[in-house]
Design a protein around this ligand. Structure first.
Ligand SMILES: Nc1ncnc2c1ncn2[C@@H]1O[C@H](COP(=O)(O)OP(=O)(O)OP(=O)(O)O)[C@@H](O)[C@H]1O
Length: 884
C-alpha cells in the first residue's frame, strides 16, 4: 500500500502529486542540484525539510534484508509502503552527501538571518550521532567526500561563531562545557527563544576552537552501552551557534542591516524498545526519561501537525518537557528545520523504522514560520531618532525645572540613570546590531572632541574671568553679584559633588529597572547637558564653568582646568585684534582707550544688536563638508560670541573707567593738552576732542557735562552723581549682555551636545565595521574582523591627526582597501549628523514654547513599542560576545 502524502506546507512550489514523484529535479537541495548563493535558492528551501538516511546493515556486513529500499532520491519503501521525503539517502551515501543537502543550505540560511535547526531522530544505533558528528577521530580530518566527519563539524568549518551547548539528561539541563553546572534553570525568552541561566558560552574564532569545544562537549555526553549500540547516547544534545553579522550595504552610512541567527544542532538520544537491558536501574531510568521526552516530542509534533492541517490556533504542548521547551523555536516557530531520520535497513528493526518514518512524515506536515532576523538601518535610525527626541524633551524639561527650582538634582541624575538605562536598552535591543555600549564611566566620548572642547572651555573661562572682574570694579547690583560671585562657584562645585553622589547612589537601584518606562525611556541625555541647562538657569558662572563639559558621565578631569593656551583653530584676524586688545587691558582696567569703542564695532560689525545675528548664526550653520570643518565652524561661531562679549565687556569697562576719570585715554597722542584734567588730580591723562565727541554723541550731553566737573572741581560731586547714574545704566546694560551671553552659551552647549552625538556615531561606525566580520557572500570572515577593527580605529584617530596637520601623507597607509568606503561613510555620517543637529536645534527652539507633556508620553510609548519590536530580533545571544 502506498503511503499517501498530503500537500507539503513547507515547499512553496507546485505540490501536485506528480511533483512529489519527481522532486529530484525540483527539490533544490537534493544531491544533484548545484547549490548557489542565489537568493531564489534560499527562497525555495522549505521551512521544514525531512531527509531519511538508511544506515549500513548491522547484519555482519551483509546487505539489509531488503525490506527497506530507496527507490528514488526522495522516496523509499518499507515492504509495500512508500514514503516520500525531501531526500532519501541509502546506505551508500556518505557524510558529504548529507552536508551538501542539509549542511550547506543551513549555513546559507543562517547567514541570511534565518534561525536554523538540524534534528536527528531515530532508534538507538541507527546512525544519528554518526551522521551528526562522525567519529571523534574524523573531527580533525579535512572535509572531503571520503571523510567520516559529520555534518556538524563541517558546518562549524563554515561558521565561526559563539557556541553554546546544552545537555538534557533525565529532564535536567546540564552544561557540557562546565561539569559543575547541573540542573540549570530555563527561563522564557521572547517569542520562542529560551534562556538557560549560567550556561557556558564560548567565543570561538577558528575551527580549532570549535573542535576543542566539540570534543570537550561530546566527551562529557552521557553514553552507555545498549543492545543496539555500545556507545549509545543516553542524553539529548543540543549545540547552539549564534551568528551575528553586519551586512555591508549601499547606504550612505555604510551599512544596511544587521542579522542574527541561531543554529541549533540537536542529536536526540535513541530509543531502544527491546527489553534487553540488564544494565541496571540507571539505564532503565535513563531510558525512561529519554522515552518520556521523546514521547512529549511526539505529542508536540502531533499538535503542530493538527494545527497546520486545520489552520486553527491550538494549544501547543511546548512546556511538557525540557526538550519540547527547548525546541519550541525549531518546531513550529521561527526556524528552518531539517530533520534527519536515521533508520536501519534490517528487518528486525522494522517497527522502529516505521515509527521513525511516520515521525518524519508528521514533522513534514508542520509549518514553520522562519523569518530573516534582520534589523535594518531604518530601525536603527528610528531608535536613534526616538532617543534624540527624548533627549530634547528632557533638556526642555530640565530647563523648565531649572527655572522653577534647583531642587531637580534628582531628576538630573535620573537623567543620568536613564541614559545608562538607554545604554542598556540600546545594547539589549541592538545586541544583534552590536552597537557599542556607551560606557559612561570612561571618557571615550570625550576622546575625539576633547581638544576642541578644552579650547572652547578655555575661551569661556576667559569670558568668565573678564566678567568676574568687572563687577568688582563697578560694584554691580546684587543680581549681578549673583551671577559672578565666587561663592556661587564654590556652591556649584559643591552641588556638582552632591549630584555625583546622588547619581552613583541611585544608579545601581535604578539600573535594575530596565523595563521601567520612566527610567528606561525618559531621556537620552548626558548629565552634563542637563547640568548645563540647569546651571545656566541658576548661575551664569556655573554655566561658564561647568556646562561645556563633554565627559560621558561626569566632568572629565581634563576639562576641569584647561591650560591657558590659545586654540589653534582660532585664526581670524578679528580674534587677533581682540587678543591684542585684551593684552592692552591686562595691566590695568583703566588703561582702555576710547578708540576701543570703535574697535568693538569694527570687530563685531554691529554693536549689541549683533547678538541676535550671532544667535541665529548658531542655528543656521550651513552643512559643512567634514566633521572637523563643521566643528571648527561651530566653535568659531561660539568664539565670535565670546569675543563679542569680551568686547562688550571692554566697552563697559571703558565707559566706567572713563566716568571715574581714571582712564588713561591713550588713543590720541595729539590730544589737546589744554583740556587735560583729572578728577582727582592723580591721572593727568588727556582726552582728545574727537574722543570726547564720540562719547558725547553716544552717551548724550550729560556725559559731556560729567566731564566738565573734572575740570571744574566745584561740580565734581554733582557730576559724579550723574556719572554714577550712567554707570548704573551701564551696569544694567551689562546685565542684559550677560543674560544674552548665558543664552548664547546655552546654544553653544547644544552644539557641544551635538558633537557628542557625532562622537557617538563614530563609535558606532567603529563597531559597525568591527562586527562586519561575516556577511552574505562571505565578504568578511571572523579572522579578518580584528584586523579591520584595529585599522578602522586607528583610521579615526589618524584622520583627525591628519586633518589637524593638513597632511594626507599617511592616509593611504591607514585606509585599507575599504578606505574610500570608510571615508565616504564618515563624511556622509557627519553631514547627516550636522543636518540633524541643525534640525534638532530648530525643533528645540520651536518646542521650548509649546512643549506638551502628553507628547512625551506618546514618545515613551513609541519607544516601548520599538523596544518590543526589536526584541523580536533579540532572541539570540544571552551575552554579547564582546563581553566575553
Ligand atoms: N552511515 C553509517 N556508516 C557507517 N557507520 C555507521 C553509519 N551509521 C551508523 N554507523 C555506526 O553505527 C554505530 C551506531 O551509530 P550511532 O552511535 O551513530 O547511533 P545512534 O543512532 O546515535 O545511537 P544512540 O541513539 O544509541 O546514540 C556506530 O558505531 C557508527 O559508527
Amino acid at each position: 500500500m502506498r503511503q499517501t502524502t498530503e500537500a507539503d506546507p513547507n515547499i512553496p512550489i507546485n505540490h501536485d502529486h506528480s511533483s512529489n514523484h519527481q522532486p529530484h529535479s525540483k527539490t533544490p537541495f537534493s544531491n544533484n542540484v548545484e547549490l548557489t548563493d542565489s537568493k531564489p535558492t534560499l527562497d525555495l528551501d522549505p521551512s521544514v525539510k525531512v531527509v531519511v538516511r538508511i544506515r549500513p546493515s548491522n547484519t555482519d556486513g551483509r546487505e539489509g534484508d531488503g525490506t527497506v529500499k530507496k527507490i528514488s532520491p526522495d522516496t523509499l519503501c518499507v515492504g509495500d509502503r512508500q514514503f516520500i521525503y525531501n531526500s532519501v539517502f541509502d546506505s551508500k551515501s556518505n557524510q558529504e552527501d548529507i552536508f551538501q543537502t542539509v549542511g550547506i543550505p543551513l549555513v546559507k540560511n543562517a547567514i541570511a538571518g534565518y534561525n536554523t535547526s538540524v534534528l536527528s531522530y531515530g532508534q538507538s544505533g541507527s546512525g544519528k550521532t554518526y551522521t551528526m558528528w562522525g567519529p571523534p577521530s574524523a573531527m580533525f580530518e579535512e572535509p572531503s567526500p571520503q571523510s567520516q566527519k559529520g555534518i556538524v563539524p563541517r558546518i562549524f568549518q563554515m561558521l565561526f561563531s559563539e557556541l553554546e551547548s546544552e545537555r538534557i539528561y533525565n529532564e535536567q539541563i546540564g552544561d557540557l562545557l562546565d561539569s559543575t553546572q547541573r540542573n540549570l534553570e530555563m527561563k522564557d525568552g521572547f517569542k520562542h527563544a529560551f534562556n538557560i541561566e549560567n550556561l557556558t558560552e564560548e567565543y570561538v574564532t577558528s575551527y580549532d576552537d570549535v573542535t576543542q569545544i566539540l570534543i570537550k562537549g561530546l566527551s562529557s555526553r552521557k553514553v552507555g552501552a545498549t543492545s543496539l549500540n555500545s556507545k549509545s547516547s543516553r542524553s539529548h544534545i543540543i549545540f547552539t551557534f549564534v551568528i551575528e553579522s553586519w551586512c555591508k550595504g549601499i547606504s550612505s552610512s555604510g551599512f544596511s542591516s544587521s542579522k542574527t541567527s541561531r543554529i541549533s544542532l540537536i542529536d536526540l538520544a535513541g530509543l531502544y524498545r527491546n527489553k534487553v537491558d540488564d544494565a541496571g536501574k540507571q539505564h532503565l531510568r535513563e531510558n525512561r526519561n529519554v522515552k518520556k521526552s521523546l514521547s512529549k516530542l511526539g505529542h508536540l509534533v502531533d499538535a503542530l501537525t493538527k494545527k497546520t492541517r486545520s489552520g486553527k490556533a491550538a494549544q501547543i504542548p511546548n512546556r511538557d518537557s525540557c526538550l519540547t521547551h527547548l525546541l519550541q523555536e525549531s518546531l513550529g516557530g521561527n526556524a528552518k528545520l531539517s530533520i534527519i531520520c536515521s533508520i536501519s535497513p534490517d528487518n528486525k528493526d522494522n517497527g522502529e523504522t516505521l515509527h521513525t518514518l511516520r515521525f518524519g512524515q508528521r514533522v513534514r506536515s508542520i509549518r514553520n514560520e522562519p523569518v530573516i532576523n534582520e534589523i535594518n538601518e531604518d530601525d536603527v535610525n528610528d531608535l536613534s531618532d526616538k532617543i534624540r527626541q527624548l533627549k530634547q524633551e528632557e533638556l526642555i524639561r530640565a530647563k523648565a525645572d531649572g527655572h522653577s527650582s534647583f531642587g531637580s538634582i534628582n531628576e538630573l541624575f535620573q537623567g543620568h540613570n536613564v541614559r545608562e538605562s538607554l545604554n542598556q536598552l540600546r545594547v539589549s535591543l541592538n545586541r544583534s546590531l552590536l552597537l557599542p555600549h556607551i560606557d559612561n564611566s570612561t571618557d571615550e566620548e570625550v576622546h575625539v572632541d576633547e581638544e576642541d572642547i578644552r579650547q572652547l572651555r578655555q575661551q569661556i573661562d576667559e569670558l568668565y574671568n573678564s566678567c568676574e572682574e568687572n563687577p568688582k570694579e563697578i560694584s554691580v547690583s546684587e543680581d549681578c553679584v549673583q551671577y559672578y560671585s565666587v561663592d556661587d562657584s564654590c556652591d556649584t562645585d559643591k552641588i556638582s559633588g552632591e549630584k555625583e553622589e546622588i547619581c552613583s547612589g541611585e544608579m545601581s537601584s535604578r539600573l535594575c529597572h530596565e523595563d521601567s518606562v520612566v527610567s528606561g525611556n525618559t531621556l537620552y541625555a548626558s548629565v552634563d547637558d542637563l547640568e548645563s541647562i540647569s546651571s545656566a538657569s541658576r548661575a551664569i558662572k556655573s554655566t561658564f564653568r561647568d556646562s561645556i563639559s563633554v565627559s560621558s558621565c561626569y566632568r572629565s578631569p581634563i576639562l576641569e582646568e584647561p591650560p591657558l593656551s590659545e586654540s589653534p583653530k582660532i585664526r581670524s584676524t578679528k580674534r587677533k585684534s581682540q587678543m591684542s586688545l585684551s593684552s592692552s587691558c591686562l595691566g590695568s582696567w583703566n588703561n582702555v582707550a576710547v578708540e576701543n569703542l570703535s574697535s568693538n564695532e569694527d570687530v563685531l560689525g554691529q554693536p549689541f544688536i549683533q547678538g541676535d545675528h550671532l544667535r541665529s548664526s548658531l542655528r543656521s550653520s550651513k552643512v559643512l563638508p567634514g566633521p572637523t570643518e563643521s566643528l571648527a565652524a561651530s566653535l568659531q561661531r561660539g568664539l565670535q560670541i565670546i569675543d563679542y562679549h569680551q568686547q562688550n565687556s571692554a566697552l563697559t569697562k571703558s565707559s566706567v573707567s572713563f566716568s571715574f576719570g581714571r582712564s588713561i585715554l591713550t588713543c590720541c597722542p595729539e590730544t589737546d593738552m589744554g583740556e587735560k584734567s583729572s578728577i582727582d588730580g592723580r591721572t593727568p591723562n588727556l582726552l582728545c576732542e574727537s574722543c570726547r565727541k564720540k562719547i558725547s554723541d553716544q552717551d548724550s550731553s550729560e556725559v559731556e557735562d560729567s566731564l566738565k566737573p573734572s575740570i571744574d572741581t566745584d561740580k565734581v560731586p554733582k557730576d559724579l552723581e550723574t556719572v554714577m547714574a550712567q554707570s548704573i545704566l551701564r551696569e544694567k546694560e551689562l546685565k542684559n549682555v550677560c543674560k544674552e551671553q548665558a543664552a548664547r552659551i546655552e546654544e553653544l552647549n547644544r552644539l557641544v551636545s551635538g558633537f557628542m552625538t557625532l562622537v557617538y556615531y563614530v563609535s558606532d561606525l567603529d563597531f559597525t565595521l568591527l562586527t562586519m566580520w561575516i556577511c552574505p557572500g562571505g565578504e568578511k570572515l571572523k579572522g579578518e574582523k580584528e584586523l579591520d577593527s584595529v585599522i578602522v580605529y586607528e583610521s579615526n584617530k589618524q584622520t583627525k591627526h591628519e586633518e589637524s596637520n593638513n597632511s594626507q601623507k599617511d592616509e593611504n597607509k591607514v585606509f585599507s582597501s575599504d578606505g574610500n568606503f570608510l571615508r565616504q561613510s564618515f563624511s556622509s555620517y557627519y553631514r547627516e549628523e550636522k543636518c540633524e543637529i541643525k534640525e534638532v536645534q530648530e525643533e528645540l527652539t520651536q518646542r521650548v514654547s509649546s512643549f506638551d507633556a502628553t507628547e512625551k508620553e506618546e514618545l515613551l510609548k513609541e519607544i516601548q513599542n520599538l523596544r518590543c519590536k526589536v526584541r523580536l530580533y533579540g532572541d539570540a545571544p544571552l551575552k554579547s560576545p564582546q563581553t566575553n
